[in-house]
Design a protein around this ligand. Structure first.
Ligand SMILES: NC(=O)c1ccc[n+]([C@@H]2O[C@H](COP(=O)([O-])OP(=O)(O)OC[C@H]3O[C@@H](n4cnc5c(N)ncnc54)[C@H](OP(=O)(O)O)[C@@H]3O)[C@@H](O)[C@H]2O)c1
Length: 317
């Protein structure tokens, strides 16, 4: 089968298309013929940094490193303990995150429990997109944020991969949604159902929003201090990048009596299936702004590295 391996951490030139044997499946796994792969910032981050590769991918000694976690495809074979899936089923999911997902390949050995049935009304590209980013949004808003109907929710980077799912999920939960993004993303974010848009290039959001119940913060640096300014006392802030370890930050959280959590998205089949139901009913949609062929994966990495993505970037195999 064709697979893209990473010989060494570094530039996109280190991603190499080679022929390797199809993976062997274990008793609880299925062999998926991959049709589309979702691309995330973490893909490019682990490609560049050895420490990050060890942390997120944890490759075994001497093992070929195959990046990627987000797949949609067709079941070709099932392990002898698998009763849920059969050859021909169309499935999608985030495979073994954190861990060695090996998604950049024609075939992936996927734990059966990590997959959901791909809704018939969406494409493999739309399904592959709605995995790591959508699970992150779900776990931030539902698992940790516990967002309730009528609450005011501020979603940063609402035009990006995670943010565009988060804005839609927050609307689905019945929240009043404010999304931030750069100037050109206004129509896109309001089109997701957000009630308000804040242009982060023109406005300091914490001067406009000071009484949010919940904030999803996906940015680096002192941004989280500003997010804490925008929640009311006792509000909740979930971050995707910043840890709450800095003493000044801890004091700020205490002053606000805020609930805070730094999220690490994890693979759970049950969350995947909840997202599948929302995708099937049309309450959640994947917006794909760039599609690349498998041979052009380096361009997909360069696109995600821009940090300016609208919606999602996917690769077709
Ligand atoms: N901890 C976890 O489990 C976890 C999970 C998923 C993602 N992440 C991390 O979360 C971050 C976002 O992920 P993603 O997949 O959504 O990335 P993405 O698809 O690349 O989107 C990033 C978005 O951020 C926007 N942005 C940049 N600066 C901004 C600012 N100051 N204010 C508001 N928006 C801004 C960008 O466009 P505009 O500036 O044009 O609006 C872009 O739309 C990444 O760093 C990723 O690694 C962490």
């Amino acid at each position: 089968m064709k697979a893209i391996v990473l010989k060494n951490t570094g530039t996109v030139e280190n991603l190499t298309l080679i022929e390797i044997p199809k993976p062997q499946i274990k008793a609880d796994e299925v062999l998926v013929r991959v049709k589309a792969v979702g691309i995330n910032p973490v893909d490019a981050f682990v490609r560049q940094h050895r420490d990050a590769l060890e942390h997120f991918v944890k490759p075994g000694p001497g093992e070929e490193i195959i990046l990627g976690w987000d797949i949609s495809g067709v079941v070709e074979a099932v392990g002898n303990q698998v009763t849920k899936w059969a050859p021909g089923d169309q499935v999608f999911g985030m495979i073994n995150f954190p861990g060695h997902g090996k998604a950049y390949a024609e075939y992936v050995a996927a734990p059966a429990a990590q997959l959901a049935l791909k809704p018939a009304n969406i494409s493999h590209e739309e399904a592959a997109a709605a995995t790591l980013a959508a699970l992150t949004a779900w776990q931030a808003l539902v698992t940790y944020g516990k967002v309730q109907a009528g609450e005011k929710v501020l979603i940063h980077a609402a035009g990006g991969g995670v943010g565009h799912y988060a804005a839609q999920i927050a609307k689905h939960l019945g929240a009043y949604v404010i999304g931030t993004g750069s100037t050109g993303k206004k129509d896109f974010v309001l089109g997701l159902g957000a009630d308000e848009f804040i242009d982060h290039t023109a406005v300091r959001f914490e001067e406009v929003v000071t009484d949010a119940d919940f904030v999803l913060d996906s940015l680096f640096g002192d941004h989280v201090f500003r997010s804490l300014d925008s929640v009311k006392d006792g509000g909740r802030v979930v971050t995707l990048l910043t840890y709450f370890t800095d003493e000044k930050l801890i004091r700020k959280v205490e002053q606000k009596k805020a609930y805070t959590h730094r999220l690490d998205v994890v693979t759970t089949g049950s969350d995947m299936r909840k997202l599948a139901a929302l995708l099937e009913s049309g309450q959640l949609r994947s917006h794909i702004s760039a599609r690349f062929h498998f041979d052009d994966i380096s361009q997909a990495h360069q696109a995600i590295e821009s940090g300016k993505t609208t919606g999602k970037i996917v690769v077709s195999i």
